[in-house]
Design a protein around this ligand. Structure first.
Ligand SMILES: Nc1ncnc2c1ncn2[C@@H]1O[C@H](COP(=O)(O)OP(=O)(O)OP(=O)(O)O)[C@@H](O)[C@H]1O
Length: 253
């Protein structure tokens, strides 16, 4: 269970007269339950990445609260990190190590015993259909292969909550389907709480149980795809999203 309440974050760039303040997140609230996939949907620059970076402890919020399984990030950042599996992008793999070595090493960093990490790696290899990749060095891996390795690495300590930032970026249709299927299995068979950000409508329609729509750092609507269509008064989800995120005039709210 992930609860982000009234999160705010602004960045200041430049100095003196050149200083500019950007409000990246402006009162975002997102609650994601276990056994469900929650999408954070918003146009470019809406504050999705900043929100997820705050959730995983990489950016400190100016205000607001973040709780994962009831543990407050401000009180116990280590406790929150242990409960999260994070897929930020598919980079950052060690190229000279095999996929298996990358995954198991990450398990060790999370304090997982070697034999447990090895067994989890085997299990994830089957789940993500990447058994044939496990003993190859990651140097030269395709985008899809890198994504699978990075996802297995994020799951090696068997976290109850999974956070993915635009996970299908750069993936072809086959790799996208494989990722979608893996997320469904993680939701249905292990009851994980899954949150992912995207600006791709089809991904949300196919995968999400609930959607939080953000625009200009603000929460503008949430619900199922069907209820968002109803709120916007449109049968078409893309149309509904544009109305909710940009208003009738087509400008970002
Ligand atoms: N470190 C930073 N310094 C200055 N501005 C930042 C920083 N990080 C984010 N921003 C600004 O905050 C706003 C929100 O950015 P963010 O990356 O969170 O949006 P996003 O919804 O993930 O966008 P996209 O879909 O384009 O990746 C943008 O205007 C961005 O330029």
């Amino acid at each position: 269970m992930i609860a982000m309440d009234d999160l705010r974050k602004q960045f200041t760039t430049g100095r003196g007269r050149q200083a500019r303040t950007v409000v990246a997140v402006d009162g975002l609230t997102l609650h994601a339950r276990d056994g469900a996939i929650t999408g954070l949907l918003g146009p470019n620059g809406a504050g999705k990445t900043t929100s997820l970076r705050m959730l995983v402890g990489l950016v400190t919020p100016d205000s607001g609260t973040i709780r994962v399984d009831g543990v407050d990030l401000g009180d116990d950042p280590q406790g929150v990190r242990a409960r999260l599996g994070v897929l930020s992008d598919a980079r950052g793999l060690y190229p000279r190590l095999t996929a298996r070595e990358n995954i198991v090493y990450h398990g060790h960093l999370h304090g997982v015993a070697d034999e447990v990490a090895q067994a989890r790696c085997e299990h994830l290899g089957r789940l993500l259909e990447m058994e044939s990749l496990l003993d190859r060095r990651t140097d030269g891996f395709s985008q899809g292969e890198r994504m699978k390795t990075a996802l297995a690495r994020a799951l090696v300590h068997d976290p109850d909550n999974i956070v993915l930032d635009e996970p299908t970026n750069g993936l072809d249709v086959v790799a996208t389907r494989a990722l979608r299927e893996a997320l469904r299995v993680l939701r249905d068979e292990t009851g994980k709480c899954i949150v992912f950000s995207t600006h791709i409508m089809q991904e949300v329609e196919r995968l999400c149980d609930r959607v939080v729509v953000v625009a200009r750092g603000k929460h503008v609507a949430d619900g199922t795809v069907a209820s968002l269509c109803e709120q916007a008064g449109s049968d078409d989800f893309e149309d509904a999203f544009v109305r909710l995120a940009f208003g009738a005039e087509g400008h970002a709210r």
